[in-house]
Design a protein around this ligand. Structure first.
Ligand code: DGJ
Length: 730
């Protein structure tokens, strides 16, 4: 149910309120006044103007909040099109392009009205309706502002009232304009096991595109996030920028175009590639949301804005509790049976963890899931491995006072499966061509309602038959090739869009029934990480690469856009570093384990138990505190970051030395976000003799916040692959 506390509706049709400018066009003819539409958050402002001259909607401002909007009357620029169309006067990339049912390929959009709803004292939703004067097509731009978080969400609805179907070719969620001397773009790309590698470059005249065409596991090569810095490169604490992201789990596109006047337009939305969409008369096409925040204090503030927004609005139960996992993927792969699993339940308890997560390999009988070549799609417990079923494991977990969780990959199928044998038409595959496999599997055709039902029932049956299941890891291991749906018939270009909307439909249904069940979003590592899916998921698996050295960079990358509570970091056997280093790296997010606990020495076990207790004590600060990135691994041989709670009486600081050159000096670091007048005790925690760095602050010492932030302290050591964690308490 929509929780709208108070609803104030301001409805305004053209000429309802004006900026005060009234200009004469021809002698004796007075044109309508301009209308200014300021959309503000606490510190920022996006302002549109309806031009009285021609009724067009233009963007006139995006930046820090103005003390008076009327100052814009002095602005002599005409402004930039709020949502540029194609076919009339626009000479650059359009936000929208369509062909009307009579074949006319042009669109003109004029302001009709706008309405503002105040959902509560933080959220305001403004809908601006535009219409083509010659055709019955309406385009509504929606701008949702989150005041306290300084975040703006934008999406578009295209309402088709023509008598016959019309086709849209471009249908962006947002179009924003900037006028700066220079533009710097930070993008985040990668591959399996090397997610979120940051690259920054200056934009030059013409078009730069960040996109994906993978359909599913869509973000394997590019994550749908960016920073755009204006005039100069921004750093953590200074510089003007926006941080943007698209809430869409499929093909996305961010297009940056600099025109002949050095103005930049940024068009964000679903990738229009191979995705022209036919809208039937009377239907509405709704785009996903583009989410952005503006900061004039560098990337640090932009990240904190997004984190605050995400925990409150972007991630399922973002302020709720989280459980610490023991996963068995790295420990056993497909090779396990009931006794081994009950042993792992014992280990979960012994470590002080909350839930045991059984990964891939527990299902299928005719074609048992012994490896990734068979069984996917047959979601019945394998009778040899689990003769007593999942219910038995749930009970065994319960006996030990821990919870039980389970892995599934319900969108996919191995051709060697009963599901494929029974429903060969349920997979995406091209006519007249051999099937193309990736990880020996195919994508199920989720656009088909029967497949949607199958996916829903797979999850629902598992949960109703085994009521104690307390956690799910939802995987999706391949991208879309064979991109053809038997179900869609002559609407093949709808596939990429319909797939994602169908997935959301299934997830919506599941969430109605299981509103808070924690579910980890996984896609062969971090192949699907976006705020479209995170509405349904409590956290995500960042990467299969758990080597802690690599992980520092991967987690650093995610930290720009996603709060630490959502980033699952497991301590595994990857990497030759010490258990302490692995643990300290995992601890900067949602920490969990995937190691053979029975192989830990007594000391290692004790160390881990102590750290888990530390983590449980500090997780609230790590998950909900303000993040300050202090030393970037992209700029030097160490990474230092800290989280500070809102009362500024508790903080946790992580310092990782990744490498060091001969004689390299690691200077004191100045802390951030503390209260200068408070006195803090700084205590190193997670100490271990194994690989412990000399020179750390082993004993607690007291400093004022002022000292810590202006003079700073030495943290960690110069020895490569060492780390230190500090608990900072008022
Ligand atoms: C890919 C995931 O990223 C892994 O963590 C694991 O769950 C495997 N799939 C299982 O097949």
């Amino acid at each position: 149910m929509k929780k709208i506390l108070c609803l104030i509706i301001i409805f305004c049709s053209i000429s309802c309120f004006s900026s005060g400018q009234t200009t004469a066009t021809q002698p004796g003819v007075t044109q309508a006044p301009d209308i200014l539409l300021p959309l503000s958050t606490e510190n920022t402002e996006l302002i549109y103007k309806v031009s009285g001259r021609d009724g067009k909607l233009v963007q006139v401002y995006l930046g820090p909040r103005l003390s008076s909007v009327s100052a814009l009357n002095q602005l002599r620029d005409a402004g930039h099109p709020a949502y540029a169309t194609f076919g009339t006067d626009n000479l650059f990339e359009p936000a929208i392009r369509m062909t009307h049912n009579d074949g006319n390929p042009s669109l003109e959009l004029k302001y009709v009205s706008h309405v503002t709803e105040t959902a509560d004292n933080n959220i305001t939703i403004t809908k601006i309706m535009l219409r083509d004067p010659a055709y019955p097509v309406e385009v509504t731009l929606t701008i949702k502002t989150y005041k306290a978080e300084d975040v703006v969400e934008q999406w578009v609805e295209i309402v088709q009232k023509e008598a016959k179907p019309l086709t849209i070719y471009n249908y962006a969620s947002s179009m924003l304009h900037f006028d700066a001397d220079k533009y710097w773009l930070s993008q985040f790309h990668g591959d399996w096991a090397e997610e979120m590698k940051m690259q920054e470059s200056e934009l030059t005249s013409g078009i730069k595109i960040l996109d994906t065409k993978l359909g599913t596991r869509a973000h394997m090569y590019q994550t749908p996030v960016f920073f755009l810095s204006l005039n100069e490169k921004s750093d953590e604490t200074s510089g003007e920028l926006i941080a943007g992201t698209l809430g869409w789990s499929g093909n996305f596109r961010f297009l940056f175009e600099i025109d002949e006047k050095n103005s930049l337009r940024v068009i964000s939305g679903i990738n229009p590639f191979a995705s022209e969409y036919t809208i039937q008369p009377g239907k509405v096409f709704k785009t996903p949301s583009f989410i952005f925040t503006y900061s004039n204090q560098g990337k640090g503030l932009a990240s904190r804005n997004l984190h605050h927004w995400a925990t409150k609005y972007g991630i399922l139960d973002g302020n709720g509790p989280r459980m610490m996992l023991l996963n068995n993927w790295e420990t056993t792969y497909f090779n396990f049976d009931e006794p081994k699993l009950t042993g792992l339940l014992d280990d979960t308890k012994k470590m002080g963890l909350d839930v045991f997560l059984l990964d891939d390999g527990w299902f299928a009988n005719k074609y048992p899931r012994e490896n990734d070549r068979a069984g996917l799609g047959d979601w019945q417990e394998n009778k040899t491995k689990l003769p007593n079923g999942l219910g038995y494991l749930v009970k065994e977990a319960d006996k030990r006072g821990v919870k039980f969780g389970i892995w599934i990959e319900p969108e996919m199928v191995n051709p060697k499966s009963e599901l494929y044998e029974t429903h060969p038409d349920w997979v995406l595959k091209l006519p007249n061509r051999p099937e193309h496999y990736y990880r020996n599997q195919l994508v199920l055709d989720l656009t088909n309602p029967k497949v949607q039902e199958f996916v829903y029932n797979t999850v629902n049956d598992m949960l109703t038959n085994n009521p104690g299941i307390a956690f799910i890891k939802w995987d999706c291991n391949r991208m879309m090739t064979n991109a053809y749906s038997v179900f869609l018939k002559d609407k093949q270009s709808h596939l990429y869009v319909d797939y994602v909307n169908s997935l959301y439909g299934v997830l919506d249904r599941l969430r109605q029934k299981y509103p808070k069940l924690p579910v980890m979003l996984c896609s062969g590592g971090g192949g699907r990480v976006d705020y479209g899916s995170l509405k349904y998921f409590t956290d995500f698996w960042a990467s299969d690469n758990t080597d802690p050295l690599e992980r520092v960079y991967i987690q650093w990358g995610y930290s720009y856009f996603f709060p630490s509570i959502s980033v699952c970091n497991h301590i595994t056997s990857w990497g030759k570093q010490t258990l302490k280093f692995k643990t300290d790296v995992a601890m900067m997010g949602k920490m969990g384990y995937d190691i053979p606990v029975n192989e830990l020495t007594e000391k290692e076990l004790k160390f881990s138990q102590d750290v888990i207790a530390n983590y449980k004590r500090l997780s609230d600060v790590i998950w909900h505190g303000d993040l300050y990135r202090i030393a970037s691994p992209y700029e030097g041989n160490r990474a230092v970051l800290m989280y500070v709670n809102s009362a500024k009486n508790k903080a946790v600081l992580f310092a990782y030395t990744l490498n060091s050159r001969y004689g390299e000096a690691f200077n004191r670091v100045r802390l951030q976000g503390l209260d200068p007048v408070k006195t803090y005790k700084v205590q190193e925690i997670n100490q271990s003799n194994e690989g412990r760095a000399p020179g750390g602050t082993a004993n607690p010492r007291s400093y004022t916040g002022d000292y810590l932030m202006k003079i700073g302290i030495a943290v960690g050591s110069a020895s490569p692959l060492t780390s230190a964690v500090y608990e900072i308490t008022e």
